[in-house]
Design a protein around this ligand. Structure first.
Ligand code: SF4
Length: 163
């Protein structure tokens, strides 16, 4: 069996535009990636999910609830490398906008935060777990994403040299 890079793609609170960019990239890269990448979890492509023992986890979006925080920590424990994808994941914006609301709006929102078990403050990914790499942009920069994925394909011994 060919060795493949075990990859998971996870979206938290965001508009999921980097996921759309990723699916666009599949148009030109799928034929190559299907021999190199084992997609263990990516809801936009498949229902099956196996997040144990991932090589690389790509994380899109910001963290808005305790449940999301726990899921992210669990992914971190199971992934050798974790990459924050897009501005919401890296710096929090624009998903963290509610952190900047004034006290009046915050108190109006507070019943909803309690009802849906949201955190008082939205967090960027590095507020919760260690991040190994970043793909900036809103949505993500395709060229940087390709550099990162090629770097890990090489680092994990799937391909011989970085492209
Ligand atoms: S980084 Fe931009 S494109 Fe990506 S989820 Fe956030 S708002 Fe949407």
């Amino acid at each position: 069996m060919l060795k493949k890079l075990k990859v998971g793609w996870f979206s938290f609170s965001c508009s999921e535009d980097s996921t759309i960019i990723f699916t666009e990239l599949l148009n030109s890269h799928y034929q190559k990636w299907k021999n190199e990448i084992d997609f263990r979890s990516i809801l936009v492509m498949q229902k099956k999910e196996d997040v144990d023992n991932l090589d690389v986890a790509f994380i899109e979006g910001a963290i808005t609830s305790v449940l999301q925080e726990e899921k992210l920590k669990s992914i971190r424990r199971k992934a050798k490398k974790l990459v924050a994808v897009g501005s919401c994941a890296i710096i929090g914006m624009p998903s963290v906008q509610r952190n900047m609301f004034d006290e009046k709006i915050k108190s109006e929102l507070s019943p909803f935060l309690i009802r849906f078990a949201y955190l008082d403050k939205v967090k960027k990914i590095s507020d919760v777990v260690m991040v190994d790499d970043m793909v900036p942009g809103c949505p993500m920069n395709e060229e940087v994403f390709l550099k990162v994925i090629n770097k890990y394909l090489c680092e994990f011994g799937i391909t011989n040299k970085q492209k």
